[in-house]
Ligand binder design. Sequence first.
Ligand code: AMP
Ligand code: MG
Length: 323
Amino acid sequence: MPVTPATPQTIERAAGLLRGGGVVAFPTETVYGLGAHAFDAKAVSRIFEIKRRPSFDPVIVHVADEAMLARVVREISQRARTLIERFWPGPLTLVFKRSDAVPLLVTAGLETVAVRMPSHPVALALLRASGVPLAAPSANAFGGLSPTRADRVAQAFGEQIDLIIDGGATPLGIESTILRLEPIPALLRPGALTVEEIEAAIGPIERNVSDESGPASPGRLPRHYAPRTPLRIVGPENVPLEERSHAGFLGMSRAPGGYAAARLLSPAGDLREAAAGLFEALHELDDLGLERIDAEPPPPRGLGLAIADRLLRASRNRTGYCQ
Ligand code: AMP
Ligand code: MG
């Protein structure tokens, strides 16, 4: 397995591979990413191939600093500057007009590009050592659970990737928040930065963008971030005892009786801790081969919004309906 601890030597080696068109998995503060040179369409096409990602799903471009951002985007509005100043590096992805250097494969044919500056020291060191922006979606097969640990990446892709940099568990554990700024600020994907924090910086944002926009944000596909085991969102008080024995329970802080297995995201009721452990808990329950996973709805505030979004998408069956 090409999993290697994140030493300075590993980062140099990874940077060389990336400059030469390779594909490298690396930790960010959100989840593990599968990275390639963002200006190298051939390298990026390998990501699509490895992930079995449809070409209509655009990839987020990662930058180390504002000089790198300037190579990726055509212009930076005042509102974008305010957000960059306040939240970068960090788990906020912003949508800009793309520069000509960004291949249309990266943006799935859109004239816009989604960009973020990660705060994870390994991700930043890798971007700096590479000297090029990195197109990097989450390092999981399309539609599946995002990986928060290097061994999950190895399990999913193994030798298909040139190198997997192991930087330990990702601290936030849930993907970045995606914000479109034009014509008005609008939430495209709830994520690790809460809407409340964004609104404190720039005022009210549109929270319910309709899916009029077609390919504008495929992370909004009905079924996404899904385990193989059927999952439903349900309060345990509504599940009769006899329905529990072949099912797993995923909840915040208290485990009801009768389930074959249970994972609690935060005994102290801390949503940050819950978000950080969400995907790993789903991976673990998924590995048990149960008939079903019952997930308790999270509280509807702060990071609860991002957790609820992932659970809802995980709960839809392959036709897009809740199961
Ligand atoms: P991920 O797989 O976590 O890297 O997420 C990528 C997601 O970012 C896509 O599925 C889209 O929802 C979103 N995205 C990427 N580029 C754009 C863009 N130009 N405009 C809107 N959303 C985008
Ligand atoms: Mg993803």
